[in-house]
Design a protein around this ligand. Structure first.
Ligand SMILES: [Fe+2]
Length: 159
């Protein structure tokens, strides 16, 4: 799957390797006793292939993420943010963070929320806001099918 981003008239492209994994639906129904999920619901999502089998992940490209008025441009290779190619205080901070905490640099999820089409607007809470549209998550993935778990982080506080 390829996603193209338009940022200030500049085009950036990311390719996400969706092989080997299963997508999940967060539809708000938990018909099997003992099943857990987060609420509100309203997305489907998948952990991109993290390279745990013989072949390398082909998730790659430039991923733009806005922090206040700055757009941080992460360079992705093999399903990880390996560098930041933009300039500014958030870019510097994120560059430092992905090098100090490699598990944070893992691309953990690409999801497709649907609630924006029902008139819901962002409120600053990630579990709702991610359900509004397309989103990409960094870090831990083992709780929804990936291999990046707490043991790969430097401390419990870093997870
Ligand atoms: Fe999500």
């Amino acid at each position: 799957m390829q996603i193209t981003f338009l940022v200030a008239n500049e085009v950036f492209t990311c390719r996400f390797d969706l092989r080997h994994g299963l997508a999940h639906v967060s539809g708000g129904r938990f018909p099997e006793p003992g099943t857990a999920g987060n609420l509100p619901s309203g997305e489907c999502y998948i952990v991109p292939y993290e390279g745990e089998l013989q072949d390398a992940s082909v998730t790659s490209g430039i991923l733009p993420v806005q922090f206040n008025h700055e757009v941080v441009l992460y360079r992705l290779e093999e399903n990880r943010a390996v560098d930041v190619v933009s300039d500014g205080p958030f870019s510097d901070s994120e560059k430092d963070r992905i090098h100090k905490e490699p598990a944070y640099a893992n691309i953990a999820e690409t999801g497709f929320g649907v609630l924006h089409d029902f008139g819901i607007r962002p409120i600053g809470e990630i579990l709702l806001d991610e359900k509004l549209g397309r989103h990409i998550a960094f870090g831990r993935s083992d709780h929804f099918g990936g291999i990046t778990g707490p043991a790969l982080f430097s401390s419990p506080e870093a997870v």
